[in-house]
Design a protein around this ligand. Structure first.
Ligand code: HEC
Ligand SMILES: [Cu+2]
Length: 412
């Protein structure tokens, strides 16, 4: 096989192709090849520094390669068979010591100023704690009692499955879209506290010029103040395991009033962590929320995607199944496959499985606590766990009844 063929195979096999696609997806939003200018004062400064250093490098390259090219051509052997043999020029040595020193200082001074401003997280208007998980992000609005998980959007997740048959070019924002974006108000200084629950991740949103490691046991601080409403996308920037390429970040920046409306919606109750927005909207789970509906017309789109969910009571079977399908696609499909048949021998089929057909308590315990290669899902809400279990108990020919959120609450 040709070299190119091998390279292509290696790239495909190791997921590099996926990484390249992801990178492409967000550089496209920033004009192609260069770093984005971004939408914050800091991001513009960072971009300015980047361009300053770039042009200094270009100037140095022109001078150095100019002198080299001139010397190679004008002092070639056919012209100067007998080379000059001088050495030790104090003047030249002073120049080539001081000049780089001056260049470095002139770059370090503005860079240090920007770095200091980047690190200054004082006087923030609000704080969001961001926790990295393999392979999702959790956002907690400190002092607001609002917290949710943000996972790869169902459309991307479905398309990326082995043999999904979906052409990824038809998926909007493939691999850079999530089910629950983190929402912040425009023009407010937002402080993010970054940490991790398992391995080191990194929270990176190029257009905010924010990139910082999320390390277990440590809290790192970053901040941003976004000047224009919009949706800004990023990815995890620290190789964190198998699904590193599948834990994107979406920051949705709203005008203050819309943000407040969104926040009020979230406070209406427990937020469904991973259900498909469509499923969640229709589900009967949306028992009337305590919070008054204050959403102005402009916020309707957000409101529809993020319904306030009151502490769930008894749910109908259809509602559970519908919500459960979304939860399954977001959390279980990678191992158990969309058709429930898994990838034996490691990932068992759920079709006709003894656990799925057996007593509900055992299945609840397994989903909450995990088992061997299956990770625990205790971070999901009671409603999500009840829904996904009911979904598996009533899909692909399985028929073994339903589980209510209260059953899950009892089992915890
Ligand atoms: C990382 C891969 C992985 C994910 C994600 C995963 N599982 Fe599993 N699951 C497994 C493995 C492995 C087993 C077998 C565990 C054992 O018995 O050793 C299993 C077993 C099960 C079983 C028992 C099947 C049987 O007959 O033994 C059920 C039910 C189940 N999983 C449900 C779920 C649900 C619901 C989700 C999503 C909330 C989920 N799983 C997500 C890997 C996974
Ligand atoms: Cu990560």
């Amino acid at each position: 096989m040709s070299m190119k063929g091998w390279l292509a195979r290696i790239a495909a096999g190791s997921g590099l192709a996926v990484a390249a696609l992801t990178a492409q997806a967000y550089t496209e939003t920033s004009g192609g090849y260069n770093m984005p200018v971004g939408v914050t004062e800091i991001s513009r400064e960072v971009h300015g520094l980047h361009m300053l250093v770039f042009w200094v490098c270009v100037a140095i390259a022109v001078v150095v390669f100019g002198v080299m090219t001139y010397s190679i051509i004008m002092h070639r052997r056919s012209k100067h068979p007998k080379p000059a043999d001088f050495h030790e020029s104090t003047l030249v040595e002073i120049i080539w010591t001081t000049l780089p020193f001056v260049i470095l200082i002139s770059l370090a001074v503005p860079a240090a100023g920007t770095l200091i401003r980047m690190e200054d997280t004082r006087n923030a208007d609000m704080t969001i704690k961001v926790t990295g998980y393999q392979w999702k992000w959790q956002y907690e609005y400190l002092g607001e009692d609002v917290s949710f998980f943000s996972t790869l959007a169902p459309a991307s997740n479905q398309a990326r499955q082995l043999g999904s048959g979906v052409d990824v070019n038809t998926v909007d924002n493939y691999l850079v879209d999530v089910d629950h974006p983190v929402v912040i108000p425009v023009g407010k200084k937002v402080r993010f506290l970054l940490t991790s629950n398992d391995v080191i991740h990194a929270w990176w949103v190029p257009e905010l010029a924010v990139k910082k490691d999320a390390i277990p046991g440590y809290i790192n601080e970053v901040w941003t103040k976004v000047e224009q409403p919009g949706t800004y996308r990023g990815v995890c920037a620290e190789l964190c395991g198998r699904d590193h390429g599948f834990m994107p970040i979406v920051v949705k920046v709203l005008p203050e009033a819309e943000y407040q409306a969104w926040l009020a919606q979230q406070k209406g109750g427990e937020v469904v962590a991973a259900a498909e927005p469509v499923a969640a909207t229709d589900a009967v789970v949306d028992a009337p929320a305590a919070a008054p509906v204050v959403a102005p017309a402009a916020a309707v789109e957000v409101a529809a995607a993020e319904p306030a969910v009151a502490a769930p009571a008894e749910l109908s079977k259809d509602a559970l199944i519908k919500q459960g399908e979304g939860v399954f696609k977001a959390n279980c499909m990678a191992c158990h496959q969309a058709n429930g048949q898994g990838l034996p021998p490691n990932f068992p089929t759920l079709v006709g499985s003894a656990v799925v057909g057996g007593p509900a308590a055992a299945q609840i315990a397994q989903v909450i606590n995990g088992k061997n290669l299956m990770p625990p899902f205790k971070q999901l809400s009671d409603a999500d766990i009840a829904a996904v279990i009911t979904y598996t108990r009533n899909s692909w020919g399985n028929d073994s009844g339903m589980v209510q959120p209260s059953d899950v609450a009892t089992a915890r």
